[in-house]
Design a protein around this ligand. Structure first.
Ligand SMILES: [Zn+2]
Length: 331
């Protein structure tokens, strides 16, 4: 992202499904990590979508999609459940109700629905037909099954805010994707991007995010700053201090900080590698004092690093990409 030479960090990163193996390339300067070869495995996505109720990391999405229907203020509920949605809600505090908002990669559609319930004209878009059908069935007619790159080539600038939560890390070409989103912005509009945060981990941690090819990138704050600036955006990060005070980092998240990398989730036949993965990790930790000590040190290091920013970092980055006046003139 910064234009400097990246180095091969490992040739043996396990993929999401056994026996896939990926290379991890890392830029020591901007802290961007990416997986090689870059590929989209639509079959795997479809599998994850259909099995989200039993896959670690995805189960909660199915829960949110049901729960929002019974909440008086679904966005407030999501904001209390997860830092990503809290950040989105924070941004929307400054957005007038007549604004048109597009959520790209809306998946099950609950965030788009929550935003619409606040009175915005919200549209959710996803490339998965099944996801869009289910979202429309649950929440009504505010969804679009489309490919952003294709849509941007013939649609006009029509949105005030474009939201992409946890999308860019899945894409072989995140830069081209954000550029396409920019084509759909009205004058004065901006893009909000969230993605897992590599900045809170030590450089020696290889890959502590969803294993490839589900996630192909692991970005740091510097990565997004370089990416945005090179494309002509002003980049501004959300400070999570307020959220962190309300919801201190949970044990589950702290635990993963000391693991050097992530293993596969699925066996080749589609069964889970470890049904009780989390429980076993906790058990192993309790048995192994050396690991426990290491965990403490890494955790303290991360916290100390975080303190210098006033506790404002989380395991997710939320960045606002505002087109600079020069690109706006070209629009
Ligand atoms: Zn770099």
């Amino acid at each position: 992202m910064c234009g400097r030479q990246a180095r091969l960090m490992s040739g043996e990163q396990p993929g999401y499904r056994e026996p896939d193996i990926f290379e991890i390339v890392h830029c020591d300067f901007c802290g961007t990590a990416y997986a090689m070869p870059p590929m989209i495995d639509n079959g795997l996505y479809e599998f994850i979508y259909l099995n989200s109720h039993r896959l670690p990391g995805y189960m909660r999405y199915a829960g949110y999609s049901k729960r929002v229907l019974s909440e008086p203020d679904p966005l407030a509920y999501l904001a209390s459940a997860e830092d990503v949605y809290w950040a989105i809600g924070k941004h929307l505090e400054d957005v007038p109700r007549e604004a048109r908002i597009l959520e790209v990669g809306c998946g099950l559609g609950y965030l788009t629905y929550a935003i619409s319930r606040r009175g915005y004209r919200a549209t959710g878009m996803d490339i998965s037909r099944k996801a869009i059908e289910e979202a429309s069935r649950n929440y009504g007619n505010m969804y679009l099954c489309a490919d952003l790159i294709e849509l941007s080539s013939h649609a006009t600038c029509s949105y005030d805010v474009i939201i992409m939560t946890e999308v860019i890390e899945h894409l072989p070409d995140p830069v081209g994707f954000i550029r396409a989103a920019q084509m759909l912005l009205r004058k004065g509009g901006y893009i909000i991007v969230t993605t897992p945060n590599r900045s809170i981990y030590h450089d020696s941690v290889l890959w502590q995010t969803e294993t490839p090819p589900v996630h192909l990138w692991w970005f740091s704050e510097k990565s997004l700053l370089y990416m945005g600036n090179r494309m002509g955006f002003e980049v501004c990060f959300t400070a999570f201090k307020e959220y962190s005070t309300l919801h201190p980092i949970r044990r589950r998240c702290e635990l993963s900080l000391s693991l050097p990398t992530r293993g596969p989730v699925l066996k080749a036949n589609g069964n889970l590698v470890n049904e009780d993965e989390e429980r076993k990790i906790i058990f192993r930790f309790q048995k192994n004092f050396l690991k426990k000590a290491l965990f403490k040190i890494v955790n303290q290091f991360v916290r100390a690093k975080d303190m210098t920013r006033g506790g404002s970092r989380r395991s997710v980055i939320c960045a606002k990409f505002t087109p600079s006046p020069e690109i706006q003139k070209r629009q």
